[in-house]
Write a new protein. Structure first.
Length: 509
């Protein structure tokens, strides 16, 4: 099945985790209420609110919230530990081990929400998945650094988001510096570094007008679990050979980094069923390089991007692939293949592709990004939608997706509306909300945010000057004749040359 009826979008003032359809809307596979979903998210919200004021001297409201949280995991293997940890935290006596248990319980609740939502999507699409991931192999790690990171995170929880100051946040600096040289700790170090930078920019917490409650709790709980020995082990990989058919490029751009993640269908050479895979490249960048300029930095690191720019497939040989569907890209294992049209791939190969498994720590509703193909829909634009006060948000590292007010673009498929997340369309490509609005077919990522399913467009088919054309979010990956994009590329190239010269001078000194 190639169409995906949505759940409703969050109404103004509605709870962020509401998933029931409104009275004027129909009921479909993605709009039907999921038993226990609202309750699980309410328990997570309760714990997150307890972190706002801190666990050093919790008040009665925080104690009640912690008790509600412990009750939510009462039927799980964490029941006894969570009950004890919640009791200790409510008394202001939580040790680091208790906080680890609370972080694990929170992660388990969000994991259950993730699994329920993915099961609903799989039920509709009929797309199977590979099952559970293989356990990661854990190498030796510096236990003292993990303990130091855990101690800092415990201090954050005791201070609370309203109690953070520069002295508390600065406690991570030496830990991060010591972790970065160790490849096995770099994942945690990067998370701690970014988290600390965000907290430092928000100090003092007592003066904040708005606390990104869900986002910071996501970052805190994920980091806390990554301090456990073996949590950041090397994922199991297998070598694959076959033809890689790109579907689209998801671009992420921040002030100091940029990432391109390619979603594709892999047709294995051994004749096994096709499978959904991802290939990504990330690079640091100066904050002066923006928009289409990021391709100057990304393009040299992955030949796949050049192939996408030429509209070609890639033939890969013995390329490492994790159980979670991530290709560990190496240009030595790839060469350009025959021409391949993304929409032909979406129509023919995507429906039969097997979905990858999800790693345990990645089981979070905001991590859902399922490639889908939509056509035969009608498009409408509705009035402004107020942003919820605090939403489940995006990836665990970007999970407070406060949506700005404004027009909402909606695809209506089989009589049901599916919200289009135009805010995720990157400026580093030719795809625009206007092109999406005029489209008749769309390749996108099905996501779940603020209690609703929505689609992030990666490419659309539309009509320009009476001609059918395909417009891709990664359409400028191989270069562009567009005036705006070309100017951004030239500015980026000039900036990179200057920075390399300056870096060379510093190294010579």
């Amino acid at each position: 099945m190639q169409w995906f009826p949505p759940t409703r979008r969050t109404e103004p003032g509605a709870p962020a985790h509401t998933s029931r359809p409104g009275p004027a809307e129909g009921t479909g596979p993605l709009t039907e209420a999921i038993t226990g979903l609202d309750e699980a998210l309410a328990a997570v919200d309760a714990f997150d609110q307890a972190l706002v004021g801190g666990l050093l001297r919790p008040g009665p409201d925080q104690a009640a919230a912690l008790a509600e949280f412990a009750q939510a995991v009462a039927g799980s293997p964490l029941a006894a530990g969570a009950a004890e940890a919640a009791e200790k935290a409510a008394a202001g006596a939580a040790a680091e081990d208790h906080l680890v248990v609370l972080a694990a319980g929170r992660t388990a609740l969000l994991g259950s929400v993730h699994d329920a939502l993915v099961a609903r999507v799989e039920e509709l699409t009929g797309r199977p998945h590979d099952g559970d991931t293989a356990p990661a192999s854990a190498g030796p790690q510096a236990a003292n650094l993990l303990a130091a990171a855990r101690s800092w995170l415990a201090d954050l929880a005791r201070a609370g988001w309203r109690g953070i100051d520069h002295d508390v946040v600065a406690g991570s600096a030496q830990i991060v510096s010591a972790m970065l040289p160790d490849p096995s700790l770099r994942r945690l170090a990067t998370l701690l570094d970014g988290f600390a930078a965000e907290l430092a920019a928000s100090c003092p917490g007592a003066a904040l007008d708005h606390v990104p409650v869900r986002r910071w709790a996501d970052l805190w709980s994920r980091a806390m679990l990554l301090t456990l020995p073996g949590a950041t082990g090397t994922p199991a990989v297998a070598a694959v050979t076959g033809r890689l058919l790109p579907l689209g490029v998801d671009v992420h751009e921040h002030a100091t980094a940029a990432q391109a993640q390619v979603h594709a269908v892999l047709e294995p050479a051994d004749g096994t069923p096709p499978r959904l895979v991802r290939a990504g490249v990330a690079v640091p960048k100066p904050d002066t390089v923006v928009g289409a300029g990021v391709w100057q930095l990304l393009r040299p690191h992955m030949s796949l991007l050049a192939a996408i720019g030429e509209g070609r497939s890639m033939d890969i040989t013995d390329m490492p692939l994790t159980a979670e569907g991530d290709l560990i890209w190496s240009d030595e294992h790839a060469r350009p293949g025959e021409p391949a049209d993304a929409f032909a791939t979406a129509r023919v190969a995507l429906p039969a592709a097997t979905a990858p498994a999800t790693a345990p720590l990645d089981r979070h509703p905001a991590r859902i990004a399922v490639p889908v193909f939509l056509e035969g829909y009608t498009v409408r634009r509705t009035g402004p939608q107020a942003a919820p006060a605090d939403t489940p948000g995006e990836a665990p590292a970007e999970s407070d997706g406060d949506r700005p007010g404004g027009d909402v673009l909606t695809f209506t498929v089989a009589g049901q509306p599916l919200v289009v997340d135009t805010d995720r369309i990157p400026v580093a490509g030719p795809l625009t909300p206007e092109a999406v609005e005029a489209s008749g077919a769309c390749i996108g990522l099905l996501r779940w945010d603020a209690g609703t399913f929505g689609v992030q467009p990666l490419a659309v088919e539309t009509t320009v000057r009476k001609k059918a054309v395909a417009i891709h979010a990664g359409g400028w990956v191989g270069g562009t004749a567009d005036k705006t994009g070309a100017r951004a590329e030239k500015a980026a190239a000039d900036a990179v040359v200057v920075l390399r010269e300056r870096a060379g001078r510093l190294l010579r000194k």
